[in-house]
Design a protein around this ligand. Structure first.
Ligand SMILES: CC(C)(COP(=O)(O)OP(=O)(O)OC[C@H]1O[C@@H](n2cnc3c(N)ncnc32)[C@H](O)[C@@H]1OP(=O)(O)O)[C@@H](O)C(=O)NCCC(=O)NCCS
Length: 151
């Protein structure tokens, strides 16, 4: 497969990002919400390209010493090829001052839970009926920077 390249998101990518959201989620971020998020000074949005095709995206909010992963989605035709893993690695490389990372994931979303567990995230709580379309509990997960990497 052609190499995947990861870039920080820019406004010209918004239309493709919104389309990818709709392909990946039953409750997708809208183009307007993505546009606001890209403008936020605490936003970190990364896009994975296969040629000129947007195949994956990750959004995070960074408020040192914490960050929250807001969205990770990979085009259905490109899954299980390590793209989400690459996006998370790139995200972690850009938030070296962060000590704790949080995220929420649907209770039934085992692929995403497996992805996050493989990065060292662990369950830290449940948010009842947190999601809509359909209504579902959220598993809250957190990751703590290992002691030896703290200064
Ligand atoms: C979850 C998602 C982002 C994973 O993207 P991906 O690019 O296919 O994931 P990767 O190929 O990088 O997988 C990395 C690891 O995650 C886990 N994983 C990913 N998909 C999995 C699946 N379907 N079943 C089990 N484990 C899975 C595995 O541990 C995998 O490592 P391995 O392939 O060496 O076994 C993708 O399935 C997706 O976009 N789903 C819809 C949107 C979504 O649910 N996003 C997460 C919201 S919290």
């Amino acid at each position: 497969m052609e190499k995947i390249k990861i870039f920080p998101a820019v406004p010209a990518m918004l239309e493709d990002m919104a389309q990818l959201e709709r392909l990946c989620f039953s409750d997708p971020w809208s183009r307007a919400a993505l546009s606001d998020a890209l403008e936020s000074t605490c936003g970190l949005w990364l896009c994975a390209y296969h040629g000129d095709c947007l195949v994956g995206a990750l959004g995070a909010q960074v408020l040192e010493p914490e960050a929250e992963i807001l969205s990770v989605g990979v085009h259905p035709d490109f899954r299980r090829q390590g793209i989400a893993r690459q996006l998370l690695i790139e995200c972690f490389a850009r938030i070296r001052a962060v000590k704790t990372v949080y995220l929420e994931v649907r209770r039934s979303n085992f692929p995403a839970q497996a992805l996050y567990t493989s990065f060292g995230f662990a369950c830290c709580g449940i948010r009842k009926s947190y999601y809509e379309h359909p209504v579902e509990d959220a598993i809250m997960m957190s990751w703590n920077r290992p002691e030896e990497e703290l200064w």
